[in-house]
Design a protein around this ligand. Sequence first.
Ligand code: NAP
Length: 486
Amino acid sequence: MVQQAASHVTKKGLYINGAWVQEENQEFHESLNPATEQVVGYYAAATSAQVDHAVESAKSAFKLWKNTTLPERAQFLWRAAQVFEEKKEHLAQTMTKEMGKVLAESLGEVGVVVETCKYMAGEGRRLFGETVSSGASNRQIMMVREPIGVVACITPWNFPVALAGYKILAALISGNTVVWKPASEVALSAQIFTEVFHEIGLPKGVLNLVTGAGSKVGAQLAEHKDVKVISFTGSTEVGIKLSETAAKTLKRVSLELGGKNAVIVLKDANLDLAAEAIVKAAFTTTGQRCTAASRVIVERDVKDELLQRVVAITKNLKVGNGLQSGVDIGPLINKHQLETVEKYVAIAVQEGAVIECGGKRLLSEQGYFYEPTVLSNVKKGDAVAQEEIFGPVLAFIEVDHFEEAVEVNNDTVYGLSTSLFTNSLHYANRGAKEIESGLVYINNGTSNAELGVAFGGTKHSGNGHREVSHHAFDVMTEWKSIYTTY
Ligand code: NAP
């Protein structure tokens, strides 16, 4: 619903060129709490002129920021880490109110941002170049990494600040300036994130925040001639669209996209360990993680034993408002996503799946709650085995042996994260080699990324770039080769 700016509620507007700005008749939209359906606050819908202004400010700030020394840039990140720590509770509460994940998860996510600030501050000291022996005796050759210019960061709602941190901090430490377009659902969390950089005195124009519909604001950034890099996390559909648009102005585009992640369980595995990990990977963040486990591919001999364990743990999960203690699973992000989950479960049943637990929305509650759901008797070609649902739905698929398990795992368009539970050194190593995913976990859930380790997917889960580690600098910098003859 569209609201006008005149209201008693503080409306922060957009952050452009070091200040919070809004036009006289700025259009504002509601940010809704998915647990209560109440309004949490309002965010501005940036106009086309405001998006241009944000890019202009970032372009102009680039001249100064790229010449700011690395240790000085790092100092800003260290200070930001401290302020994020101070604002942890407020930011986490806002995240839980805006997108529903339980408070402990939100607090953990702010913790990730704190650590990313420190990591990138340190990693920036290692933006090393290379020297090469010249064919001429009087020539010195060196290759240096240089920042590229204005980076547009476009981020989803499921990790409102961690994913933004991976991109924005990598861009800033390497000397680029940023225009950030967060997901509309978490615009208020993005405001608090941005406020941290205002408080620490980041030079004006180095970080800008523009909110509003992705199809307008995000699309404009993808078209803009002065945006040099797009760093995007979100759906495969939007990622492809962005790439097509960005190609016209030869932008560099880094895409982190969807997944259809599986846990493979072989008959020699520790089933207790596997069951715990499966439930955590499937239902944390209400299954709304790009790395969430949505398929269990299990050897037939142990299917019943594993299923029994998984269902028992799942039935103990408490669904509710993420701000309340004791709650394990929050709501889905919005009504549309709730309906998507309902639709997929209905299709699964039509295709022959059996609902082992869950399978319906919680009608007694306000908000977009759906029971964590385990399905058995799913076949590898079924819709729930192929398409990203992004909700608390886990499908069991039975196979006869390791080779079939790997084949089923690889038989989707995605390739983000796969776990393999086995006690066999042979199958662990073959799995690591034969599984077509950017992330492979042996005896671990699918959602266990660590800072400093390259993160990203193969096939339709991305376009080959990586973040969360120093590999992000391959996106955020370009090489210059310098020949000096003396
Ligand atoms: P989404 O619909 O693709 O949106 C992502 C971002 O793109 C939002 O900021 C959105 O703005 C913006 N956007 C939408 N349409 C656009 C357009 N035409 N041009 C430019 N920008 C546009 O994804 P989501 O629903 O927020 O997030 C869920 C998806 O993200 C899932 O597929 C999940 O797997 C993926 N994901 C991937 C990773 C990873 O690292 N691989 C991590 C997390 C999530 P609005 O909010 O205003 O629409």
